[in-house]
Write a protein of this length. Sequence first.
Length: 318
Amino acid sequence: MSELSDTELTRAAQSGDVTALGVLLARHEAGMRGVAIALLGYTAEADAVQDAAVIARRRIGDVRDPAAVGAWLRMVVRNACRARLRSTRDIPVADGWDLTTSTLATPEQLLDDHALRDWVWQAVEQLSPPVRMVMMLRHFSLGVTSYEQIARALGIPVGTVRSRLNQGRAKLAEALRATAASAHDDAGALVAGSKLDALDTLAAAERGEFTRVLADRWAEDVVLTAGDVRGVGHDFLLRGMQGDLAAGVRQRPVHVVASRDVVVWEMDLLNPPDNPMHCPPGVAWLMTLDRGRVADLRLHHAPRTPAPSGAMAVVTAN
């Protein structure tokens, strides 16, 4: 494909051929870097070029003159550099780089727009599990999205959350180009399969068959962390599930995010009518898999909704 002209490659990319886009980016990378170095210097030029690469994936259809795609890519880099300069001026140092302040597409915004695109998810899979977990929570979960929520859920400092997001942003842009010509996992099927696993897990638990699910899909030495509580092994998980069911608490999956070995299940917690404050309104299962089995589970509960003024309620620990 490298022998094709810019016009041919651009038209192919506009038709959805990500390999053609990868060739274009490689062909014009030197010019793109030159623009970034002129505006930002050597310290930040790589990030700006990476930002521009994912913007190009999203906006390649805007190119009106395919023969001039090189000039268009340099313009995208120029705009990305200007956005970085604006964000540096406008954002307090303590807050880091906030996605909501930029009007241009970033790697994270590309993820938001194309969450189930196979190409994007193949790139996500290249991130390390700790970085991937933070990225998935920040950009795909429903209720664990702020830096503070992610930090509490994973038991890490907020600074570590920021650091992993920065790592993820940089590595993701590189991975998007690196995986453009590779075979892709079926991300949609991965998520659909994980949804079925969540439903089967809960249904089996209600039938008294949670032991079977644990034996089939969970490592024998799986580690569970829920707030200050930490335990190891199937028996610990079994007692926790049985305790919730005995109290009349049920769970309902509302959102699933799944990659090869990092999975997030977000659940509504349905309390019994006679004890509506028994559990918080929701819980996120943050799971890391090892060879297909859950090896680590962190349970992050949504904040409990205060009881109405004057109401009498007995609150017990979940």
